[in-house]
Design a protein around this ligand. Structure first.
Ligand code: NDP
Length: 486
């Protein structure tokens, strides 16, 4: 038991929730990083009251004023990149070589984008007969963000940046498994000049999230998490007709035609399955390869995957770190056993990986199954670990039907040198995000969101700003009130 406590952040101050304590663990070492106290009803009430005061100040500023403050947060985040990236590695188990260039940096890019956009919020004017109407884009009020554990600070930025730029207050609940960096983001916002109460962090388990999602003074809930959690939050939000954004799970297809640049397709397949130990919602975990190139593809894929370096996440050469928890590691290993029992061919990996000095770490070797068929559970269910399923196809019509045979619909990718075919595939995929000749690229300028059971609404781009505002219409009479009454 350690004395270190990771706080919540309410009304501009680090405080501890009044609920039970739980521990957060370093996934690579198994060591307890610190304790966290659940926020309970009374803490939620404190945060709501502070958010109401913060919102009154913040929403009264002009977009330019808010943008100026948010730009200062961008500078602070970039200055503190390495310190925050190291915390993210400790909390998530992901490799330093990723965290140092992606997690904090992409969060800062996101705030920078929305800081610039804050001043551009505007309505429209509608000329009418002896009258006109105009629209105002107004903030919603208090928004709640609920995060997953794979990209903790990036998710907190993706939700808070458009919310704050539009003039809202946000209460953010990080995953119980990764409580550390959202509090650092709250400190950064405060130091930049964001008023207390405008961005708050409530630590806790699912029950804290549920309290927030049900609160009548909350106008919107944005969740990044699994499909079952998304459905529960939506059902609860429906009682007070809150707006929702849902960024949920997936089992996305990546289709490789025989005219593709094969080396590029192998690289993308690896990135789409093994980056962040496979713990990425958009991953292309169903890799469909056209029959003519399957042997060549598998040979090169296996050869390169065996070269991936698994190890101490803080070692700059490590390419594959530790899975988030021992329970998750067991779940992933369980799916590997299911794949073997279902008759898929194991080409590499398939076991826990031993890292000397990190015997308690949750390491799983990057795993490739070939000879997979559409009905297998490893092909149908989200594993959220480093497990790739390779399937063979013959023609375009067949692969589209098979790729779309899922209740998810987050992402899809296609590799081909035939650009017309690339666009045809993108149009035919049932997915919210498609990549042609690349995979998992999510620049802030581009809308990000899922179709089907993978989600509702979008993050990033100006589309996200719309999700954090409501349109008010104002009619202005320039003539007389028309009336047949005497
Ligand atoms: P979970 O659904 O288990 O949890 C997500 C968040 O919701 C956590 O903060 C969790 O708290 C909270 N939560 C749990 N129950 C409730 C409830 N009843 N009411 C309100 N909040 C609740 O997902 P994971 O954290 O395990 O993340 C993995 C999942 O997230 C995968 O399915 C993955 O695909 C998806 N994901 C989607 C992304 C996208 O953008 N589409 C991106 C990243 C991940 P606690 O942690 O305490 O349980």
């Amino acid at each position: 038991m350690t004395d270190t406590l990771i706080p919540s952040f309410i009304n501009g101050r680090a405080v501890h929730g009044r609920g039970a304590r739980f521990d957060t663990v370093n996934p690579a070492t198994g060591a307890v990083i610190g304790g966290v106290h659940d926020c309970i009803e009374a803490d939620v009430q404190d945060a709501i009251a502070a958010a109401q005061s913060g919102f009154a100040l913040w929403s009264a500023m002009t977009g330019t004023e808010r943008g100026r403050i948010l730009q200062r947060a961008v500078q602070l985040l970039r200055q503190r990149n390495d310190e925050l990236a190291a915390l993210e590695v400790q909390d998530t188990g992901k490799p330093w070589q990723e965290a140092q260039v992606v997690d904090v940096a992409s969060g800062a890019d996101c705030i920078e984008y929305f800081a610039g956009a804050a001043a551009t919020l505007a309505g429209a004017q509608y000329p009418l007969k002896n009258a006109f109407a105009y629209t105002r884009r107004e903030p919603l009020g208090i928004c709640v963000g609920i995060g997953a554990w794979n990209y903790p600070i990036q998710i907190a930025c993706w939700k808070s940046a458009p919310a704050l730029a539009a003039g809202n207050a946000m209460i953010f609940k990080p995953s119980e498994l990764t409580p550390m960096t959202a509090v650092k983001l709250a400190e950064v916002y405060l130091e930049a000049g964001v008023p207390p109460g405008v961005f708050q962090v409530l630590q806790g388990r699912g029950s804290t999230g549920a309290l927030l999602a049900a609160h009548p003074d909350v106008a919107k809930v944005s969740v990044t998490g699994s499909v079952p959690t998304g459905k529960r939050v939506m059902a609860s939000a429906a009682n007070t007709l809150k707006r929702v954004t849902m960024e949920l799970g997936g089992k996305s297809p990546l289709v490789i035609f025989d005219d593709a640049d094969l080396e590029q397709a192998v690289t993308a397949s690896m990135m789409a399955n093994f980056y962040t130990q496979g713990e990425i919602c958009t991953n292309g975990t169903r890799v469909f390869v056209q029959r003519g190139v399957i042997d060549q593809f598998l040979a090169r894929l296996t050869e390169r995957t065996k070269l991936l370096r698994i190890g101490d996440p803080m070692d700059p050469v490590t390419e594959v770190g530790a899975l988030i928890s021992s329970a998750h590691k067991e779940k992933v290993l369980g799916y590997i056993q299911i794949g073997l029992a279902e008759g898929a061919t194991l080409l590499c990996g398939g076991t826990a990986a031993q890292v000397p000095g990190f015997e308690q770490g949750n390491f799983v070797a990057p795993t490739i199954f070939s000879n997979c068929t559409d009905g297998m559970r490893i092909v149908q269910e989200e594993i959220f670990g480093p497990v790739m399923s390779v399937l063979v196809f013959d023609d375009e019509a067949e692969v589209i039907t098979r790729a779309n045979n899922t209740r998810f619909g987050l992402a899809a990718g296609v590799f081909t040198r035939d650009s017309a075919r690339g666009h045809r595939m993108a149009a035919a995929f049932k997915a919210g995000i498609c990549w042609i000749n690349n995979y998992n690229i999510t620049p802030i300028e581009m809308p990000f969101g899922g179709a089907g059971e993978s989600g509702i609404g979008h993050e990033n781009s100006m589309v996200a700003m719309e999700h954090y505002t409501q349109l008010k219409t104002v009619y202005v009479e320039l003539g007389q009130v028309a009336c047949g009454y005497r």
